[in-house]
Design a protein around this ligand. Structure first.
Ligand code: ZN
Length: 134
């Protein structure tokens, strides 16, 4: 893993949270993207070298909807950039970590992603992400 790629925050209403975070950072989000397969609508903010991803559920059985139902709005996951996601999944599996995704899949913002099971990582949901066009 090379750096924190972004921090994901679960929100109930992307429009009002976009306005809130735009006030916080002093600039608007730079993109929104719906990942229908995952039942999420996302927006991305830049804060210096760091990125924040806001996630709103688009369906009632979306993982984000379930998260908010259980825990309320808040930090949902931390994403780490990796050079080679397949190699990293293999390395972590060999280390005994439980992966939610044993193979990478396309995520928002032009990334291949895979999540680790939060039970294996002190309750923190961790996302691996690799830039697709590299
Ligand atoms: Zn993410």
């Amino acid at each position: 893993m090379t750096k924190i790629e972004h921090i994901g925050i679960a929100v109930k209403d992307l429009n009002s949270s976009n306005a809130l975070f735009a006030s916080l950072f002093g600039k608007a989000h730079y993109k929104t993207e719906t990942v229908e397969r995952e039942g999420v609508k996302t927006s991305f903010f830049e804060c210096g070298p760091n990125k924040i991803e806001l996630l709103q559920a688009t369906t009632e059985d979306s993982p984000i909807a379930k998260f908010i139902e259980k825990k309320g709005e808040g930090i949902h996951h931390i994403a780490f950039a990796v050079e080679d996601i397949n190699q990293e999944i293999k390395r972590l599996t060999d280390e005994g970590f439980k992966m939610i995704h044993k193979a990478p899949k396309p995520g928002a913002d032009n990334k291949l992603i895979a999540f680790l099971h939060p039970k294996a990582t002190n309750g923190v949901l961790i996302e691996l992400c690799q830039e697709i066009n590299r």
